[in-house]
Design a binder for this molecule. Structure first.
Ligand SMILES: NC(=O)c1ccc[n+]([C@@H]2O[C@H](COP(=O)([O-])OP(=O)(O)OC[C@H]3O[C@@H](n4cnc5c(N)ncnc54)[C@H](O)[C@@H]3O)[C@@H](O)[C@H]2O)c1
Length: 194
């Protein structure tokens, strides 16, 4: 039973994990045997969090990149896969909050919240799943919120983004399941022909 939940040698990438919930997830999963890859937008902070895990005896690496920048994301994921190892689990955790009355909400702050909370889930999941699909293996976990279900005043883009992450999770699962199923079916056909 214990082995069923073992994360020994599983590589877990957690976005926005230099602090807060992401860092606590990193510690908790490391305690269960996972090798952690700490991502954050600021390198120093990612390095500091990684050092804290290493000092506690865990396996950890830092990989700083901006989760809203598609090119940076693709480069970083390719670099992790080549130099750190195959990502077994991705946790899309990076998120920001901005508060203003609905009628006053600045467009640039709307964009920032949507980019970090929502677009990044698409970008990082897409980059990581390209490798996972090839391996026919992997897990992606998206951090939603009560605001995926409930509205609240002053946090309009946060609520919109977390609602979207819930549906993004569903559509990702549908897409990736189909790809995996098709590949497996294809494999079976090929193995019968050869
Ligand atoms: N704190 C809560 O009460 C709460 C409740 C429900 C859900 N959540 C969700 O949990 C997640 C973590 O929340 P938290 O409270 O720990 O946040 P936090 O602000 O403590 O940490 C978020 C981290 O994300 C990083 N980050 C921000 N923009 C980034 C970018 N562009 N690229 C890479 N990293 C970036 C930040 O530097 C920071 O270290 C978020 O998705 C949040 O919406 C939080």
């Amino acid at each position: 039973m214990k082995d069923l939940f073992s994360l020994t040698n599983k590589k877990v990438l957690i976005t926005g994990s230099a602090q807060g919930i992401g860092f606590l997830l990193a510690k908790g999963l490391a305690e269960q045997g996972a090798d952690i890859i700490i991502n954050d937008i600021i390198d120093d902070r990612a390095q500091h969090a990684t050092s804290q895990l290493r000092d506690a005896g865990f396996v950890a690496d830092a990989c700083a990149f901006d989760v809203t920048n598609g090119q940076a994301v693709n480069n970083a994921i390719a670099d992790i896969e080549e130099n750190i190892g195959a990502i077994d689990v991705l946790i899309n955790n990076a998120g920001i909050q901005r508060r203003h009355p609905f009628t006053e909400f600045p467009e640039n702050e709307w964009d920032a919240v949507i980019d970090v909370n929502q677009k990044s889930v698409f970008l990082v999941s897409q980059a990581v799943s390209r490798f996972m699909v090839k391996r026919q293996r992997g897990k992606i976990i998206n951090i939603c919120s009560m605001q995926s279900e409930l509205g609240r005043d002053t946090i309009t883009p946060y609520t919109a983004s977390k609602g979207a992450v819930k549906m993004l999770t569903l559509v990702c699962a549908l897409n990736l399941r189909v790809i995996t199923f098709r590949s497996m079916a294809l494999r079976r056909v090929i193995s019968k022909l050869t």
